[in-house]
Design a protein around this ligand. Structure first.
Ligand code: TXA
Ligand code: MG
Length: 321
């Protein structure tokens, strides 16, 4: 089921099968965006509610007109500045974009991922691939082909579906999502590209969305959760009694020590390494059967630091029993 051949992956997608695709952020579970039946399988494999729209992945900004209606000039500026890269634009949809991708909304999310193999797949296809993160609904996004197999292997069809192995995801947290449907860009999900980056490239301040105007369900309070309970703390804490439950893990920067009896899951030396290792560390907590993960989030106002804190808050809420 795992391949490293983008041509085989493109052929499988063209035939209506599902292919998990590597991107620079996280792995996505892809289906040809024009194929209603294939996209329906993405929802059932993920266990995802039908009212959560999918992001269409394309090879370049020149394909925007296939999926989008009116595109504001600042959206073109953002695409030119950040694509290929970890930015999703939510734009007015075109009439030919299927309801099965947009969940019936009048907008479509679209991005050009920055991964050599997936760009080759998209170029060979010449059309869009709808792909949510390749995890079961509400769980931790996969950042390697092995994660995808653990997470979704039993729900995929071994006769036809594929996982394209493109190595570990470089960024490690999902794309920044920006709505481009009014006079000002609106930040819907923080990611590696920060609000300040968006403001600078668009030449406009950020706007705010009316609550009922845009539904971005990825912003659910509970999301990105492992089975272990996640607790955000300011310090690593005291030593655990060696014999007593619960079994505790720790995620914190390299300069934080590990108390005796605690399992160190991640000790990143930079915010980039923190992001790249975070989801793998949460998965490791579950593989080890830990009960609790203490996390000291990164500080600072970089896009990545803000995105990590956002995901950790949702994981904390999502993992509460
Ligand atoms: O980095 C990423 O964005 C990854 C990789 C695979 O590209 N994809 C990803 O997809 O994170 P997903 O489906 O797990 O999260 C996308 C979020 C969802 O919360 C979805 O509701 C929101 O984007 N979204 C998609 N289309 C939208 C639209 N038209 N309007 C508002 N939100 C939208
Ligand atoms: Mg997701």
């Amino acid at each position: 089921m795992i391949t490293t051949d983008p041509t085989q992956a493109a052929a499988a997608l063209a035939a209506g099968s599902l292919v998990a695709l590597p991107t620079e952020t996280v792995y996505g579970l892809g289906a040809l965006a024009s194929n209603r039946g294939a996209v329906a399988r993405v929802y059932s494999v993920k266990g995802r509610p039908a009212d959560h729209p999918l992001i269409v992945h394309v090879a370049g900004a020149d394909q925007l007109h296939q999926w989008c209606g009116e595109i504001p000039p600042y959206a073109h500026a953002l695409a030119a500045r950040f694509w290929p890269g970890p930015l999703t634009l939510v734009l007015p949809r075109s009439t030919s974009t299927g309801d099965w991708v947009t969940a019936g909304q009048d907008t479509v999310g679209i991005r050009v991922p920055d991964h050599r193999l997936t760009l080759q797949v998209l170029t060979e296809l010449g059309t869009g691939v709808a792909a949510p993160s390749a995890n079961r609904f509400g769980r931790v996004s996969p950042t390697s082909a092995a994660h995808v197999e653990q997470e979704l292997g039993r729900f995929l069809d071994p006769e036809r579906d594929l996982i394209l192995d493109g190595g570990p995801a470089r960024v490690g947290v999902e794309s920044t999502i920006v709505a481009c449907v009014s006079d000002h860009p609106v930040l819907l999900r923080p990611g590696a590209i920060s609000g300040a980056d968006i403001t600078a490239a668009a030449g406009l301040r950020l706007g705010t969305a009316a609550a009922d105007q845009i539904r971005a369900p990825g912003t659910l309070a509970a999301h990105y959760a492992p089975s272990a309970r996640v607790v955000i703390v300011a310090e690593a804490g005291v030593a655990e009694p060696v014999t007593a439950a619960p079994r505790v893990g720790l995620i914190a920067a390299a300069d934080v020590g590990t108390p005796v009896g605690v399992v160190r899951l991640l000790a990143p030396g930079s915010v980039a390494a923190y992001a790249a290792g975070l989801y793998g560390a949460l998965r490791e907590a579950d593989a080890l059967g830990l009960d609790l993960v203490r996390v000291i989030p990164p500080t600072g106002s970089s896009g990545l630091a803000i995105a990590i804190r956002d995901r950790l808050q949702r994981a904390e809420v999502g993992s509460r029993g």
